[in-house]
Structures are given as structure tokens and as C-alpha cells.
Design a protein around this ligand. Sequence first.
Ligand SMILES: *Cc1c(COP(=O)(O)O)cnc(C)c1O
Length: 409
Amino acid sequence: MALVNEHFLKLPNNYFFSDVEKKVNSFKVTHPKADLIRLGTGDVILPLPQACIEAMHRAVDEMGHESTFRGYGPEAGYPFLINAIIKHDYNPRGVHLEPSEIFVSDGSKSDTGNIGDILRHDNSIGVTDPIYPVYIDSNVSCGRAGELLADGKWSNVVYMPCLPENDFIPQLPKQRVDIIYLCYPNNPTGTVLSKAELRKWVNYALENDTLLIFDGAYEAYIQHPDIPHSIYEIKGAKKVAIEFRSFSKTAGFTGVRCGYTVIPKELTGGTLAGKRIPLTPLWRRHQETKFNGTSYITQRGAEAIYTPEGKEQVKAHIQYYMNNAQLMKRALTSIGLKTAGGEDAPYLWVKAPDGLSSWKFFEKLLYEAQVVTTPGVGFGPNGEGYLRLTAFGKKERIQEAMQRLCQCL
Ligand SMILES: *Cc1c(COP(=O)(O)O)cnc(C)c1O
């Protein structure tokens, strides 16, 4: 008998989003005519930018001719895309990277989930709470998170609460932690870290020999000019941080699949014998072993984001969603709800009124306003009492949803 990896059996969070769907479905059965508005999904709705479509059409045509056909490409991505990333995402911010430090992939979920493969199973990990569930689940499934405790926390995970008391900005952990996950702009709270706040984390990592896993999936949503877009804008960060970026939320690539990971050559990890090993070649070996590259067509589509037309079109998409976020924040605030986020991210983190639990508030909005949200408790114990609302919707529908909320609260 083949024995299974029993760590997978520990993953209760797997059921969270299906619980949401179950509740929505039972509502639909009893209210078949209801006009539901979904402010729950973390998926974009606008179609791909025209520049990307045209580039991908051209790439498809190339694939149809013997002289321009492409088979396997480089595992870490084509130089045309890697060079565009360096030139447009990093150089303007004073960050200089070499092509060998960039790894193009099929998105950040796989990269943030797989990065643990090159790290020992008994490292200690630290996460903000609430948190994007992939970081925890990928550590649970290899045994690194330990056991689930009665309070909903994992025994080997250090939690850094993000609460109104600290403006949802996590405090440095009191003890030393080997690996810390940071996601900014944040999913689910929609908050950002200032340069001074991010510097604290880089300095902590330098002092404590900690690896920072920095997820910048929502970088393109930053509106305030002084908020850092990359962790490498902070001095010393190349020694301590891996950065993940995705074209999913930036350019509507959730269904196309493309992202990239940056591992600077200065970044090292230790062996049990105390040697320091650079992580860049380790991740290269990982990708060469388990990944055969992102499709050529997709990479041509991603490259087009960096053309003048592509940049304009992406900017218009982001602006559309951020206008939604603004009108949501205004409406919710006007009826006395407390919200975080929504200024540099497409998410609003909404405190339930009257001490309601996440699920109770979720059900109230589902039944009384026919609006679907996401219960905050699904993102960690400190998400209890909150809902996450997303700005990924048609403006008219979001306006309608806000009117309904204002009437029922
Ligand atoms: C959506 C999202 C991503 C992007 O995932 P892809 O696999 O690139 O689509 C990464 N991190 C966070 C926190 C996200 O919300």
C-alpha cells in the first residue's frame, strides 16, 4: 500500500471557501429569484488589456509556422520578458537586478507554495494574522506548521496579529523566527507598509538571520507615492528577501497564468553544518527539476504589459478597480462601519457591527442585502469579527450593493 502524506489531512482551511459556497447555494435554493452581488471573490473581472491580446495573437501565429515555432523555452523564462521586468518594474525604483535573479513562472500561488521545497522542514515560520491561506497551508502540508491547536493556530507558527490597536500593521515578533511571510499591499486587509515600517522588517531580518518571503501581488494598486513597491527599495533587503510578483491582479492574468520570483544572488541560507548556501542556484535547480517554463504565448502577452499602450491599459484597469474601492469605502464609512484598506489595494477589511462574528455578519448581508462577502475568520484567528470585500466588480453592481448595505445596516 502506498502511504499518503498525512500532513495533507490536517488542512481544515481547505473547506473554508466551500463552506462559503454551501451557504450561498442554500440561500439560492430558498431564494431562487434573488439577484446576488458577489463582493467576495479575489478574481478580476475586466478582460485582458488589448496590448496583451494582440501580442498573444502574434505569438500564436509564430507557433503555427515551422520557422518561428518554439518548443521548450528556458525554465526561468525568456530573456525578452526578464529584461522587460528589470527595466520597467525595478530600474525606475533604483533597484538593479541581473537576469539570473529573475524566475518567470505560472503565477505566485505555485511559487509562494513551492518555495518551501528548498527550505528545511523544521524552520520556524512567522505570519501576519489574518493572512493569505496559501502560506500556511503549504507549510502544513510538509509538516512545517506543526499541529492545529484548539484556538485555530498552528503549533510551530508564530502569529503577528494585525488589529485595529496597531492599525493592522504587524509588530516584530519577540522571539527569533527563521522565515517570515509578508504580503504588501495586503490580502486580506488591504493595508500597506510605509518605507519606515518595511525597513523595520528588513533590519530585523538582517539582525536575526531571518528569510523574508515578500509577496507583492498587489504592487500595481499602490496609489500613495511614498509607499515602497518592492522590498529591494530598502537597503540590505537583497541579503534577506525573496520577492514574488504576479501579473494576475496587475493585468487580469488570473486565467492566463504568469508571475515571477526574484532571488538576489546575495541571499543565502544555512546548512546543518553551518555553511552558507546561495538560494538562487537552489531555486534554479528546483525549477529545472519540477517546472518546464511558462508558455511562450503567455510570456509574449506579459511582455506587452510593458509597452506604452500596455502600461496605459493596465493603469486604466487598476484605476477602475480603485474607483470602486473608493466608492465602497465612502459608502461603508457613511453608515458608521469601520474599514481598513481600499486606498492602495483592491480589498476592504470591514469590522462587523454590534460584535457580530464573521459568519453572522456574512449571513446578515447574504440574507438581507443579497450581497456575498468573505468571512474574515477564513484568513486566520484574528480575522474573526471582520469581512473582506473586494473591488473586483462592475461599478454599477458595486453601487447597487452599497445601496443595499446602507439600507440593511
Ligand atoms: C491573487 C494573489 C496572488 C497571485 O496568485 P497567482 O497564482 O499569481 O494568480 C498571490 N498572492 C496573493 C496574496 C494573492 O492574493
